[in-house]
Design a protein around this ligand. Structure first.
Ligand SMILES: *Cc1c(COP(=O)(O)O)cnc(C)c1O
Length: 361
């Protein structure tokens, strides 16, 4: 068996310990004689799996009691519609546009009401996080929406926007569990699991309880009401049972390896290895303003498309997979989520140095 260093933005690397444990339990989950994939989600055994996953996540993130944890399907993209359907009571909300995912959420919200662009970094191809200290938030807005870590452009909010008292809703898909967060500062945060947590197919939402009501936009389907999922312990219908099981293992792995404080330390250390090299390289350049740099997604370019393509090709041959930048931006992107070991980032930088020696004239 040989494993590559996989820099994919998602689905992405998972901790080897988690994969091994899942492999051990594949044919016979703890004496049940069946895989978790084959199990009724209404069984007591599965009940323990999902309850433990929630309890571990609550411990890991210190989630206050007045917040619900929901495991749902449809990916982060379904949340782009569920958020306005459930929360746009005045049919007006503010959106901060920091990249593709924020733009998509904004476009979706416009289907249901008035979505107002509060700030944007489109003027410089989303290479920074705009100043959000004095946004034109109005009293009639139901919420303020952000994409906290911009997977494609490699930027991250280092400070949450001043929402002027309005509820903050955040898509944290690509920074979920990468560092501690104060959940109480959000009305809702949500993440598609396949970036930093687990397999595709499950999205995890953490929502302040008082927001979960039957008072949703007319015509909202049952499955798209948060209340449906909250009232049924994420089991109104068959949940993405196996994906939740793997997420649960990742939560345990994070708890066992020092929790989110420790994780932040490791993630900062890893990102610094790459950014420090980019800052002094004569060939490679980071594309993001320093103050806005993501710890998770690191885009960079040589400035020459052909050389970028050659780098991606040679890197792949050397065991560094999925370094090609998003199709909309080109260049390269290294996604260095929780499960990417320090050695993976160090090995990538060593490889980049050698490439630079040959190709920088
Ligand atoms: C990947 C991603 C999405 C879309 O996730 P899907 O699960 O594919 O719908 C949304 N937001 C962010 C920040 C992402 O990184």
């Amino acid at each position: 068996m040989s494993r590559v260093y996989n820099f994919s933005a998602g689905p992405a690397m998972l901790p080897v310990d988690v994969l091994k444990e899942a492999a051990d339990e594949m044919l016979d989950y703890r004496g049940c004689g069946m895989s978790v994939m084959e199990m009724s989600h209404r069984s007591a055994v599965y009940g323990d799996i999902i309850n433990e996953a929630e309890a571990d996540l609550r411990k890991l993130m210190n989630i206050p009691d007045n917040y619900k944890v929901l495991f749902m399907q449809g990916g982060a993209s379904t949340q782009f519609a569920m958020v306005p359907m459930n929360f746009m009571k005045n049919k007006k909300a503010g959106y901060i546009i920091t990249g593709q995912w924020a733009k998509k959420a904004y476009a979706e919200a416009k289907i249901y009401g008035e979505a107002v662009e509060l700030a944007s970094s489109a003027d410089k191809t989303f290479s920074y996080i705009p100043d959000c200290s004095d946004l034109p938030v109005t009293d009639d807005m139901d919420y303020v929406y952000i994409c906290e870590n911009n997977t494609i452009y490699g930027t991250k909010f280092k400070e949450l926007p001043d929402t002027k008292g309005k509820d903050l809703i955040a898509d944290v898909s690509s920074c979920f569990l990468s560092e501690p967060v104060d959940v109480s500062k959000y009305a809702m945060l949500y993440a598609g699991a396949q970036k930093n947590v687990g397999p595709a197919g499950v999205v995890i939402a953490i929502i302040r309880e008082d927001l979960i009501t039957d008072d949703v936009l007319a015509g909202t389907p049952t499955m798209l009401k948060y209340k449906t999922h909250a009232d049924n312990g994420s089991m109104y219908n068959t949940p993405p049972a196996y994906a939740i099981y793997i997420c649960g293992k990742v939560f345990k792995w994070l708890l066992k390896t020092g929790g989110l404080e420790k994780r932040k330390e490791i993630n900062e250390y890893k990102a610094k290895i790459l950014y420090d090299y980019l800052d002094q390289s004569q060939l490679f350049k980071g594309t993001v303003e320093k103050e806005s740099r993501s710890l998770m997604n690191v885009p960079f370019v040589t400035g020459d498309k052909d050389l970028d393509a050659l780098f991606v090709k040679e890197a792949k041959a050397a065991g560094f997979e999925n370094l090609k930048g998003h199709r909309t931006v080109g260049g390269m992107r290294a996604s260095i989520y929780n499960a990417m070991p320090v050695e993976g980032v160090q090995a990538l930088v060593d490889f980049m140095k050698k490439f630079e020696e040959v190709h920088h004239v």
